[in-house]
Design a protein around this ligand. Structure first.
Ligand code: GMT
Length: 377
């Protein structure tokens, strides 16, 4: 099939999933056209069957506002006509589902054949942003008008029905990983770079885009409690508005030398490969792709019991879940994992097996192919 994938290029779960899906589909023989403002984070090297089309949004003195929806839809129309797209797959509803709707209408004008629109809902496009009254009518309409809609978890599917009053069918297709790439690696003495001579120290890691929803204050509070019981260092991977909170708290708590901030990193596997514990105390998380990446690298996760996280992590089996505000309990679970090697090994190996059995690309990518086939037919 000829498939157009619309996604955000910025660091974020929806862009990563869209890019990984594009790569997997191209490997399976499809012609994939990724449409975004910049080469997406993680698109990687040239791959046959995978091409990138840049959306440029020119400015004009009259416009105070960038006209992204129009320039994006215009680009999708051009790509759809040039490459006879069968499917436009919009990742993240705002405004990508609307761009799918608009471009399908333009290509299909005067009875011409138009591509089908598949929209994948990722999380904040419904829960935090999409249900805001400033966007909700258009988001709901664009979801209703898509030919197929998928959500990354049952929880997100339920939120879409509840918060947007959408009536149509929504299929759940969970996020996935290429488990050939996402596996614990031997990375030599990388660990020493962070812990120095502190050989017994454990490495705790948090990876996110440092938005308020990630509750960076809770990451710092949980780590501070853990390091009082077990020698530990904290790796912060990613960038965003709350990174300053992490620095401020590290200074206030007197733990700055234990906190290593690495900024946004394309390659997280080497860092996960030296980690012993992943913290994800988010206020909301429709799936938790970062947790899945950690689990694949045998890093046990302590996370909030919110949104779709319980569909990824089984409490006490493949990780630990607590109420988002329960920082003491999160720290307790972290300390248990870091001080009991037998428990750590058992949770790490069950987490890794769960990703391979339930969330591997070879299981999930065919679900998207079936979804495309059903609309094209
Ligand atoms: O987490 C973010 O702020 C980014 C956001 C995105 O769309 O890029 O992530 C959402 O989509 C990911 C991929 O499906 C999910 O794994 C994340 O859980 C989800 N984030 C939230 O629901 C807060």
């Amino acid at each position: 099939m000829n498939i157009g994938i619309i996604c955000y290029a910025s660091v974020g779960g929806s862009g990563i999933v869209a890019t990984e899906l594009g790569k997997a589909l191209a490997k399976r023989g499809h012609q994939v056209h990724v449409i975004s403002t910049e080469t997406p984070f993680r698109l990687g090297e040239f791959q046959a069957g995978l091409s990138f089309h840049q959306v440029l949004t020119p400015t004009y003195p009259l416009f105070r506002e960038p006209q992204y929806l129009l320039s994006l839809s215009n680009k999708v129309v051009q790509v759809a006509r040039e490459f006879s797209l069968d499917v436009i797959h919009a990742h993240y509803a705002i405004p990508h589902a609307t761009a799918g709707f608009l471009s399908r209408a333009v290509v299909g004008a005067h009875g011409r054949k138009a591509p089908k629109v598949v929209t994948t809902l990722h999380g904040t496009d419904i829960t935090l942003v999409g249900s805001d009254p400033s966007y909700s009518e258009i988001v709901a309409f664009s979801i209703e008008q898509s030919d197929r809609v998928t959500a990354v978890s049952n929880s997100l599917r339920a939120s879409t029905y509840e918060q947007l009053g959408v009536k149509r069918e929504i299929e759940v297709i969970p996020n996935f990983l290429d488990c050939g790439i996402h596996r614990r690696q031997d990375v030599g003495d990388l660990r020493t770079r962070f812990v120095g001579g502190d050989r017994d120290a454990r490495i705790v890691i948090h990876i996110s885009n440092f938005r308020p929803v990630k509750r960076i204050d809770a990451v710092m509070a949980v780590f501070d409690r853990i390091r009082k019981k077990v020698p530990a260092h904290l790796l912060l991977v990613g960038d965003g508005p709350e990174l300053g909170t992490a620095y401020r708290m590290a200074r206030q708590l007197g733990i700055a030398p234990l906190v290593h901030s690495l900024g946004a990193q394309e390659e997280v596997v080497p860092l996960l490969s030296i980690a012993d514990l992943f913290l994800l105390p988010s206020a909301q998380e429709s799936f938790g792709l970062a947790a899945l990446e950690a689990m694949a690298c045998e890093v046990p996760v302590v996370a909030s019991r919110v949104g779709g996280i319980p569909e990824v992590i089984e409490h006490g089996i493949s990780g630990f879940l607590h109420a988002p505000e329960a920082v003491d309990e999160m720290a307790e679970s972290g300390v248990r994992l870091l001080s009991d090697p037998k428990l750590h090994r058992a949770v790490a190996s069950r987490a890794c097996a769960r990703v391979r059995n339930e969330f591997g690309a070879e299981t999930i990518v065919p679900m998207y192919e079936k979804c495309y086939e059903s609309v094209v037919a």
